[in-house]
Structures are given as structure tokens and as C-alpha cells.
Design a protein around this ligand. Structure first.
Ligand SMILES: [Zn+2]
Length: 436
């Protein structure tokens, strides 16, 4: 089962926290007296198109499901990397889903010196420790598969933020078996048990400890199983591929995957150097906003280097209820006094009847700790001067005529408050007038 095992370079490692391993050991210890009386369950093997899966645990149906999920993901990865259809037709990995790694060491399927709590990839071999939810086991199998594919296509995965960001992005999924769809943002915590990335990210947001994008790009080669670093790397990978302008840089730089040093990240940034202030501004908004239900097509923000400085001429614009943050299209300078006047009505739900809201919001319904339908304004700095951690963003409500004194070069962004995953049933919007 194990091909080209010895003398190989280890390209990717995914050790992420030790607690789960301890959990597994103690579960194994508890069940040990039972299994000593009888022989352990037999090893099972299931072969699919792109994977030969061997496991010491799980029902045969559950292993077939994992194989079908992997086979469903491969064509999606092929499209993501913009490979000609059929490029990966003959690509296959040897995968091991292990409840008891020692059995795999004994059988020669796992190198004796490899220890990790989640998963590991070496060339076309991938190992996954069985997790506490089927979702997370499947997620890790796909995650290690993305590493194995990068090694196959590019000779390596690139530095840690690039390797783990893309592996996370292309393994977050909905559905099971043949229905698996990768590269999604989960709708709720219930559909991704034990995955836990958003919990950590929103905790950091509450603590005002969001890293700058440059800090993420400078992560050390070994992330030491740190789930938070994996989470921010994932958010960075989405930012750099969900905006169509940035995606070619990711696809091109991936070819240098054998480089795992800062040279890779410097070369990557150079490809986007003209746009970098906009990339950073979008990172600031994205990291402040993203959570379960985040809906990319509604949340891309229109910003441009060429946005003109506001000359004081009255602006009247509509803020759509079914979209995320929306810029008024100009930049503002320190010292400007801006009067914002909101008016109008929008509808926030159709069921059972339309929920109509005005700029103060519907005060009996809340989302993100603010009334549903409340008009919000955000002061988004034009420049990112911070080195490691972002300063908190100024977000405030605009319930009626409001005066804002601008203290930095910035954009003004508006949105109508709602649950992130619930913008699709919104109609209309508010008119916002901006005057001196
Ligand atoms: Zn990984």
C-alpha cells in the first residue's frame, strides 16, 4: 500500500493541537480491556478512482462514503487549479484513516517516527487520525488530499499560510459522498461539528487581536498545530481567490510550491503590489465580518485605488438590503465634516409576511447584537499602517441625521444589519444623502 515511503522529503505537516490525540488515547485506553478479550476489528480497504483507503475503524458504508467524497472533490480541485479536464484522471493517493495509529506502524503503513494529532501528507500518501465527527474526519482527508495534489502538481505546497490556507479552503465542504461540494463557507456550526475555526476567529475579533494580512503572510514554516493560524490562512486564501483580480497571482505563484520561504510570499506580493492597499482594506473588512453564513457573492466590496477624493458635492446613493458593505464610491480626507441623512424602507424577510424596516431598525429583532434592519456606517482607512494587529474598526448606527468628523483618509461604507446568511430574502434599501 505504501509507495516510495523511505528517503522521501516531508513536504507538509498538519499537527494541530494535542488535545484530540489525548482524547483518542484515553478513549482507546478505556476500551482496551474489551478488545483484549477479542481480536481488534479487521483492517478494511476501499478503492475508488483517486484514492485507496485503508482503515481500522468505521463501517464499510462509512468508508465507501469517504472514498466517494474524495472522488467527488478531485474534479472540483482540477477546476480550481484551471487544469485541462481529465488532467487528474489517473491521479491517486494511498490514504489511511486511523483510530489506532500503532496498528498502522505495526503493518508498515505508517513510518515509526511520524506523530501528529490530525493529518499528514507525504508525496501521494496521506494519513488522518479519525476525529470525533464524520465531518471533521472527511475534512482532514480532503485537506491532506489538497497537500498531496500540490506536491504532485507543483513539487510542494508553498509556505505555511499558502499551504494551509488553500488546503483548508478546498476541504471545507457541504454534503457527503458524491454530493460533496468543497470551497464553501459553512452555514452554521451544526453542519461542521468539531471544526471550530470561526469560534476562534470571532474570539480574536472580540479581543481586538485580528492580525494584519502581512502578519499572516509571515507565519513561520511550522504552524505548530495552531488552529487560529489555520483559520486566518483560510480567510486569506478566500480573499485572494474570491476576488477575480487576485486569483491569477495565486495560480501563478503556486507553481513555485517547492519554495517554502519568505521569498515565495515576497514574490507573491509583488504580483499584487499596485493593488496591495485595496487587498489590505478588503482584508480589514473581511476579517471584521466573516462568520457562519458569509455569502461571498453578496459581500465583495467595490473599492478602487482610483476612487476620487470627495469635493463636498452632495451625494445621494442607495444602500441595498441584500448586500454586504457598500462604499459610496469616493474617499474622504481628515478634517471633513460629513452630514449623513438616511431615509426609506426595506423589507428583511418574506415569511410569514414582509418585515419592513426603516434606518433605526426593528428593535424587537436582533442580529449581531444590533437591531435588524439598522443602517450602519463604517470608517474604513485607506491605508494599513499597522504591522502586526489591526486597530478596531469604527462602526456605528445611522438612525437619523448624523454628523461625522473624519479623522483619517478613508472610505465610508454602509450596510443594513441582518444575519450574514439571511441577505437573500431582503428587498429594497435606504437612500443615504451625504453633505458637508
Ligand atoms: Zn495541512
Amino acid at each position: 500500500m505504501l509507495r516510495r515511503m523511505f528517503g522521501m522529503q516531508v513536504h507538509a505537516r498538519c499537527r494541530r493541537g494535542i488535545l484530540t490525540l489525548i482524547g483518542l488515547i484515553s478513549i482507546a485506553a478505556l476500551s482496551a480491556p474489551d478488545t483484549s478479550a477479542q481480536s481488534p476489528p479487521p483492517m478494511q480497504a476501499v478503492e475508488g478512482k483517486h484514492i485507496v483507503l485503508k482503515s481500522d475503524s468505521g463501517s464499510r458504508e462509512s468508508l465507501v462514503e469517504l472514498v466517494e467524497a474524495f472522488d467527488a472533490a478531485v474534479p472540483q480541485w482540477e477546476r480550481f487549479w484551471q487544469l485541462p479536464p481529465g488532467t487528474l484522471a489517473r491521479w491517486q493517493v494511498d490514504a489511511f484513516v486511523m483510530a489506532d495509529p500503532q496498528r498502522f506502524r505495526d503493518s508498515g503503513d505508517l513510518p515509526p517516527d511520524l506523530n501528529f494529532p490530525f493529518g499528514y501528507a507525504v508525496d501521494s500518501n496521506i494519513w488522518v487520525i479519525r476525529q470525533r465527527s464524520d465531518y471533521y474526519t472527511r475534512h482532514l482527508l480532503l485537506h491532506e488530499g489538497v497537500h498531496a495534489l500540490a506536491i504532485e502538481l507543483f513539487g510542494g505546497t508553498g509556505p505555511s499560510w499558502f499551504a494551509e490556507g488553500l488546503a483548508e479552503m478546498l476541504s471545507v465542504h457541504r454534503g457527503t459522498g458524491r454530493q460533496v461540494e468543497v470551497n464553501v463557507v459553512p452555514e452554521s456550526t451544526q453542519v461542521v461539528p468539531y471544526w471550530g475555526r470561526f469560534k476562534l476567529l470571532s474570539q480574536r475579533r472580540d479581543e481586538q487581536r485580528i492580525p494584519t494580512l502581512d502578519a499572516v503572510l509571515q507565519y513561520p514554516p511550522d504552524l505548530k498545530s495552531d488552529v487560529e493560524s489555520y483559520g486566518w490562512s483560510w480567510v486569506a486564501a478566500m480573499l485572494l481567490t474570491e476576488y477575480p483580480d487576485y486569483r491569477p497571482a495565486v495560480l501563478a505563484e503556486a507553481n513555485n510550491g517547492s519554495l517554502r520561504t519568505v521569498a515565495f510570499s515576497i514574490a507573491f506580493k509583488r504580483r499584487l503590489s499596485r493593488q496591495w492597499p485595496i487587498v489590505q482594506a478588503r482584508w480589514r473588512m473581511l476579517t471584521n465580518t466573516i462568520d457562519y453564513g458569509f455569502d461571498w457573492p453578496r459581500e465583495r466590496i467595490d473599492l478602487a485605488i482610483g476612487d476620487k477624493l470627495w469635493r463636498g458635492n452632495p451625494i445621494e446613493t442607495t444602500i441595498q438590503a441584500d448586500r454586504g458593505w457598500q462604499s459610496v464610491g469616493v474617499r474622504f480626507a481628515p478634517g471633513m465634516r460629513v452630514k449623513i441623512s438616511p431615509r426609506g424602507r426595506c423589507s428583511l424577510d418574506d415569511d410569514p409576511k414582509p418585515w419592513i424596516s426603516e434606518p433605526p431598525g426593528v428593535t424587537i429583532q436582533y442580529a449581531n447584537d444590533r437591531p435588524l434592519g439598522q443602517l450602519l456606517v463604517c470608517v474604513l482607512p485607506n491605508k494599513t499602517d499597522e504591522q502586526r494587529q489591526l486597530q478596531p474598526l469604527l462602526v456605528r448606527s445611522v438612525e437619523s441625521d448624523t454628523e461625522l468628523v473624519i479623522d483619517k483618509h478613508c472610505w465610508l461604507l454602509f450596510r443594513i444589519n441582518d444575519h450574514l446568511g439571511d441577505l437573500g430574502n431582503n428587498r429594497g434599501g435606504y437612500t443615504v444623502s451625504i453633505r458637508r
